[in-house]
Design a protein around this ligand. Structure first.
Ligand code: UDP
Length: 242
């Protein structure tokens, strides 16, 4: 598949619809797949952490989550088809799974939030087959989580451990599985569990989701300094190339 490399990360040239269709095909064909939706914070972090960069390179799809990535791709004259967020892909996969009886596993968030998320997902999709769930705070070196997940034979594993944990956990464990879609969904279980809110569509359409998150969760300000640093590095890369 076509890629656009931005600061060492090969972004997949794919739109939301096509990705969802491809994931459905992987499920039907009993294949496995690792999906990352990367934003500028993730790109900057990968450039500072070799292990993280290696983990990211194991993904089958790396989509552009954030207007910063879209703008950078435009600047390098390799525009990407649009934003593809973990939350939106999760929404579509839940709907499809409810119709097609795909087996769902949820990994991540605090126990109470996870329970609330599970309840709310079940309310919206009563026929959905949630075969298992585990909170996101566990002993990293124990194999018990991956063994538990394996036993439930899920078709889709939503991994909501936040970056960089979710990408690293999948990269370390996916070799144990023969089949399954591993989708990084960041704080999506917090949204489902009623602990966080997604930016309203009007903010998303104006590319201001990052500002909404900053206003709602001011503790993120330090992490968000990655955005101007990302812009600076991208511009520097552009100037070097011209
Ligand atoms: N999280 C987790 N285990 C951890 C760290 C984080 O399950 O060891 C969960 C956290 O509870 C939250 C989600 O990961 O539900 C996303 O966290 P954060 O907002 O920090 O990540 P981001 O949305 O920026 O990727």
């Amino acid at each position: 598949m076509k890629h656009v490399k931005i600061m060492g990360i090969p972004f997949t040239h794919i739109d939301h619809r096509t990705l969802v269709q491809k994931l459905e095909t992987h499920i039907e064909q009993k294949e496995k797949s690792f999906v990352i939706t990367a934003n500028p914070e993730i790109v900057m972090r990968a450039n500072e952490d070799h292990n993280y960069m290696r983990a990211i390179h194991k993904a089958d799809y790396i989509t552009a989550d954030g207007i910063g990535i879209i703008k950078a791709a435009e600047l390098f004259n390799h525009p990407l088809p649009g934003r593809v967020t973990g939350y939106d892909v999760m929404m579509d996969l839940l709907q499809i799974s409810s119709q097609k009886k795909y087996r769902i596993y949820l990994l991540g968030a605090h126990r109470d939030t996870l329970e609330a998320a599970k309840r709310n997902i079940k309310l919206q999709y009563p026929h959905l087959d949630i075969v298992g769930a585990h909170e996101g705070y566990f002993d990293w070196d124990s194999n018990s989580i991956s063994e538990e997940i394996l036993q439930t034979r899920p078709d889709i594993i939503f991994v909501a451990l936040g970056a960089p944990k979710q990408e690293k956990w999948i990269a370390e464990n996916i070799h144990k599985f023969n089949h399954g879609i591993f989708l990084c969904v960041g704080g999506s279980l917090d949204v489902w569990g009623g602990k966080a809110e997604r930016a309203p569509i009007s903010w998303q359409n104006r590319n201001l989701e990052w500002l909404y998150r900053l206003l709602k969760q001011p503790r993120r300000w330090r992490r968000m300094l990655a955005l101007p640093r990302f812009a600076y590095c991208v511009l520097r890369q552009k100037v070097k190339k011209t």
